[in-house]
Design a protein around this ligand. Structure first.
Ligand code: UD1
Length: 430
């Protein structure tokens, strides 16, 4: 299994291109199931999760072609054309779904287009229990008959799904996306109240609208959808990855560096920008993206509580914890989106961080320096927080289970090395 070796202490300086957003790309790809015409998506990141979903869609009958390659400098995203002339198979098997939780996003589209779907219950990131009750209740409100058994969700809609007024008791990005995709082809009006306002949902709304869907309320927590009989194809460019933007802004923060994040957008990372500014990081919008820099001296401690958008994203909590581990003073990082998302804490502690867990909060007392160590993590964002810590630490850090990083960060070590990080991937046999 591959490992990443980092010799810490280098100040990062340079330019990092921000890839297309994985979490926007996945629902957009699933939306190809909604139309017999071609959906062409550009600026897709080259990541394992994208390949996993492409494989899943292919076995549902989606013909996929890649248009061109990743651009001559290797930094432009990929373009995929997806055509589901017919849905040939409505089963999403365990073998594929277990690799990625977001596979659940095929449930709504399959059901609304083909009238049935059998989808394995998802596995995915090890960050606490991650139920899918909101997806299932919402689809049931639209008239689906759903049974669970032998590890599968079996859903049928003997007649066309019927619009309904759905009030989410709590915010779920995935359930909002699934219901949105189901509702665009349902009969009549659907209202989704308490919908997620994440930029990835808005990106999906924009794409569906350009496919002919009738949706009001983009960017708000109340989406009103008038179902139509058929959607057409379109071309859509995936928006930049706000989590990658935030992660590299934090790489500049933790190394006293200066990075220009090409394509990064401040409007997507408001709460993160506020926290980083409070910590002493300078963020300036440029005509090419965002410039993130910090002059010498310790970061200032700030408290952070994660929340649905526009709150501080849970997907940047681990990285912020790593930053605060080197800040002056004490900060409290509270996780309010997922039940247990502190897998990075014991590993950061092994690198010399002073962090105590108390319920849903991590009490972080900044230390003068972190010390490199062999570490590993069990999920994507925890892994990248160890990379950030390794960049700042004295000595060598080895991170194993790199496949987690490969699910979410395109050419991570290449992008960091180009800005002066002493980082390399060591390929090892199983
Ligand atoms: C998406 C993102 C993930 C991010 C998360 C929260 C993708 C592919 N993944 O995941 O990176 O961390 O949003 O911003 O876009 N919940 C329920 N019942 C449900 C569904 C969710 O109780 O049916 C709970 C979850 O356990 C969690 C919270 O709601 O505590 C938020 O989860 P949700 O927004 O659904 O996350 P995902 O869509 O899975």
């Amino acid at each position: 299994m591959d490992r990443i070796h980092i010799r810490g202490g280098n100040r990062l300086e340079g330019t990092i291109p921000i890839s297309g957003a994985k979490n926007a790309a996945l629902p957009l790809m699933a939306a190809s199931l909604l139309t017999p015409e071609t959906l062409t998506l550009s600026n897709l990141p080259h990541l394992q999760d994208i390949t996993t979903l492409a494989n899943l869609l292919a076995q549902h009958g989606v013909a996929i072609t890649m248009d061109g390659d990743a651009g001559k400098d290797g930094h432009a995203g990929r373009t995929l054309s997806l055509t589901a002339t017919e849905i040939t198979n409505t089963t999403a098997p365990y073998e594929l779904v277990r690799r990625m939780r977001a596979s659940i996003l095929v449930l709504g589209p399959l059901l609304t287009r083909a009238g049935r779907a059998k989808v394995s219950l998802p596995g995915g990131c090890a960050i606490g229990s991650r139920p899918i009750d909101l997806h299932l209740k919402g689809l049931a409100s639209l008239g689906a008959e759903i049974e669970l058994g032998e590890g599968y969700i079996q859903a049928v809609a003997p007649r066309r799904l019927k619009g309904a007024h759905i009030v989410f008791p709590s915010v779920s990005v995935g359930a909002t996306e699934n219901l949105l995709m189901a509702a665009v082809l349902a009969e009549g009006e659907t209202v989704l109240e308490g919908a997620a306002r994440e930029p990835e949902v808005a990106d999906l709304v924009r794409c569906l609208t350009s496919m002919g869907a009738r949706i009001q309320g983009v960017g708000t927590d109340k989406l009103r959808i008038q179902g139509i009989d058929q959607l057409g194809g379109t071309r859509h460019e995936v928006e930049p990855d706000r989590i990658e933007t935030g992660t590299y802004a934090m790489a500049a923060a933790i190394t006293s560096g200066a990075l220009e994040l090409l394509g990064g957008r401040l409007d997507q990372i408001g709460a993160v920008a506020e926290a980083l500014t409070g910590a002493g990081v300078k963020l300036v919008e440029t005509n090419r993206g965002i410039h993130a820099s910090r002059s010498d001296g310790a970061l200032t401690c700030v408290d952070v509580t994660t929340g649905p958008f526009p709150g501080f994203p849970t997907d940047l909590q681990a990285q912020m914890t790593a930053c605060m581990a080197t800040a002056e003073g004490a900060s409290t990082i509270t996780e309010s989106v997922f039940e247990s998302r502190f897998a990075h804490v014991p590993e950061l502690t092994r690198m010399g961080a002073n962090i105590k867990l108390k319920g849903a909060s991590a009490m972080v007392r900044g230390v003068d320096r972190l010390i490199g160590a062999p570490v590993m993590a069990t999920d994507l964002r925890a892994s990248v927080s160890l990379v950030l810590a390794g960049l700042a630490a004295e000595g060598e850090t080895t991170i194993s289970r790199v496949y987690h990083l490969d699910r979410g960060y395109e050419r991570l070590e290449e992008k960091l090395a180009a800005c002066g990080a002493d980082i390399e991937r060591v390929r090892e046999k199983e």
